[in-house]
Design a protein around this ligand. Structure first.
Ligand SMILES: Nc1ncnc2c1ncn2[C@@H]1O[C@H](COP(=O)(O)OP(=O)(O)OP(=O)(O)O)[C@@H](O)[C@H]1O
Ligand SMILES: [Mg+2]
Length: 460
């Protein structure tokens, strides 16, 4: 509420001062109402709503102090400002202890009073905003199979809750293993489409030349080998949700087709002439920053904005490591049951190891570590000896000032890293791109930058 609209109740027995305050507060754009005594003031409070009360301490009948206590009993959040005569600071302090927000000493200037009122109203507004925020956070979102106690993950679930019932396209971002699949499914399951199909397609896992027919289907004879016709994922997902994983890896020609489906909800099968209409909600995921791909020109801007209607970014595990104990115990129970072992707990020392780790592979890596521990453990608790972390990525503090090897520029280092990844992948670009955390398109772009020829696809 803006201060100008705030309504103020003034309780003052001295008629002249009361009238003056009423007029001057109105001049300052407050809605000012007055009462000559506490009893009248209380009656007015029960009949009208006020944002703030200003009261004299010395009143006939019920004292200002008793009035303050009564007001606080009715509404503890209503700010009360005390006016008191000079020389009675002690009573003002008592009033503050009893819940008054502030006080002014008579004689005061109107400017002084207005300042105190404004400050109080602003504080109250802040407090109220805080309270609604807290209440929202206080509302815990619970999804089976999703551990999310931390505020960061609660915020993710709050977004899921809000977006699930709509048909909005959702773009889920986050590093590998943070739970993008899990969240996509949760959106589907909490949508009105939950009784429809949830169809997933991973563009990285499918060879580029097959991706188009996988998505849109094909007619008999569309290409050599198409001996029958086949519906694509879009048709299979009709009345349900299509989850397009690794959207950043979709090659440009298919991006164009996707854009059309998103805009018009229709397409043709490969080699087909019939236009097919579908009712599909699209959820896309990417483990890289698509905006970087936009800048590199490997991802279409128009498609990006179509997909990015609602963005849900899942934080890496290291940014919400307060969830680690819950997650670890969740996986402990899961894999104890699966393996028929009776592992009841994780020792505090082992938990500390888990808490201190950086988890480059996020929740998936944590799940794998616990699964391995449970499988190999012979005891009844999971201890440090059962936890096998990759030593290199343990959280390190300090160390060398050099980020890059000495004498190397960032460009040289990037080029060397890319060449090394290609060598290790025996020239397979998909594999090299995966190792580098890049899409094939992004890798291709970087290769062209460093002048590596782009041979025809030898990807699998
Ligand atoms: N908050 C969570 N609570 C419980 N399990 C989780 C949570 N987040 C992730 N997991 C589990 O971790 C594993 C990895 O999650 P998921 O496959 O959803 O990650 P992703 O982000 O899709 O990874 P990628 O980028 O590699 O595809 C799954 O087994 C999933 O069930
Ligand atoms: Mg995934």
């Amino acid at each position: 509420m803006k201060p100008r609209e705030a309504s103020v109740l003034v309780v003052e027995d001295e008629a002249k001062l009361r009238r003056l305050l009423e007029l001057q507060l109105a001049e300052e754009s407050f809605q000012a109402r007055t009462a000559p005594d506490a009893e009248t003031g209380l009656r007015m409070l029960s009949e009208e709503s006020f944002d703030l009360v200003v009261t004299d301490l010395k009143l006939p009948g019920m004292s200002g102090f008793e009035f303050l206590q009564a007001v606080k009993r009715i509404n503890a959040n209503l700010p009360v400002i005390i006016m008191t005569a000079y020389g009675t600071v002690e009573s003002a302090v008592d009033a503050m202890k009893a819940g008054a927000s502030d006080y002014v000493l008579k004689p005061f200037s109107l400017a002084e009073l207005v300042l105190v009122i404004r400050k109080e109203l602003a504080t109250r507004q802040l407090r109220e905003e805080n309270r609604t925020l807290r209440e929202e956070l206080g509302r815990r979102y619970e999804y089976k199979n999703i551990v999310a106690r931390s505020p960061k993950m609660q915020a993710v679930l709050a977004l899921v809750e809000r977006v699930a019932p709509t048909n909005a396209t959702v773009l889920i971002g986050g590093e590998s293993g943070v739970g993008k699949d899990l969240i996509a499914r949760a959106i589907h399951e909490h949508s009105r489409r939950s009784s429809g199909p949830f169809v997933k397609i991973n563009s990285t896992a499918i060879p580029e030349n097959l991706l188009e027919s996988e998505l849109f289907g094909y007619e008999k004879g569309a290409f050599s080998g198409a001996t029958t016709s086949k519906p694509g994922k879009f048709e299979l997902a009709d009345k349900g949700t299509l989850f397009l994983d690794e959207i950043g890896d979709v090659p440009p020609p298919i991006q164009v087709k996707l854009l059309r489906v998103l805009q018009e909800r229709e397409f043709e099968r490969l080699g087909g002439t019939k236009t097919i209409k579908v009712d599909v909600r699209l959820i896309a995921a990417t483990n890289r920053d698509l905006r970087a791909a936009l800048e590199e020109g490997t991802f279409r801007e128009d498609l990006y904005y179509r997909l990015n209607v609602v963005a849900i970014d899942i934080p890496p595990l290291r940014d919400h490591n307060e969830d680690i104990p819950d997650l670890a115990n969740f996986f402990l129970t899961k894999y104890s049951q699966e393996t028929g072992k009776s592992l009841g707990a994780i020792t505090p020392q082992a938990m500390k190891l888990l808490m201190d780790f950086r988890w480059p592979g996020n929740v998936r890596e944590l799940e794998n570590i616990i699964q391995r521990g449970v499988t190999l453990s012979a005891g009844t608790v999971l201890d440090t000896a059962d936890i096998h972390l990759d030593g290199q990525t343990r959280r390190s503090s300090g160390g060398s000032d050099h980020v890059l090897p000495e004498g190397t520029t960032l460009e040289q280092w990037e080029e060397e890293t890319i060449r090394e990844a290609l060598r290790r992948a025996n020239g397979n670009k998909s594999q090299a791109a995966r190792a580098l955390g890049l899409s094939r398109n992004a890798l291709r772009y970087r290769l062209s930058k460093i002048g590596v020829p782009d041979p025809p696809e030898n990807d699998s």
